[in-house]
Design a protein. Structure first.
Length: 113
């Protein structure tokens, strides 16, 4: 198997500093944590929870790591306003689930490009 080469990643014309690493260097990562204790969720019920991430703005990318096994609960997350990540939990498992209190982590990625 041939080893791949990456000879065309750096643009020509005096922009030698804009290669592959410029994508990595232009990215800012913000972090936040919160102790969350979601309510007991019956089938078909959802809840919104908030994590403060200082510097986050609407349109940023969001990753969330719950501190517990979600046991089949669906989770989405987004920045809903300045400094606020909203986590939506939705139970569609056909049974009630009561997640334990735990520390949740949010990572917000701001793309500088």
């Amino acid at each position: 198997m041939a080893t791949p080469t990456f000879t065309n990643l750096i643009p020509s014309g005096g922009n030698e500093g804009l290669g592959l690493n410029s994508v990595i260097l232009a990215t800012k990562v913000l972090n936040g944590t919160a102790v969350l204790d979601p309510a007991n969720l019956a089938d078909g019920i959802g809840v919104n929870l908030s994590i403060t991430v200082t510097g986050a703005v609407v349109g940023d990318f969001v990753l969330v790591a719950p501190g517990v096994d979600l046991q089949g609960i669906l989770m989405t997350a987004s920045v809903i306003s300045a400094n606020t990540v909203e986590v939506r939990l939705q139970n569609e498992t056909t049974g009630a689930i009561n997640l334990a209190s735990s520390t949740w982590k949010a990572k917000v990625i701001q793309d500088g490009i």
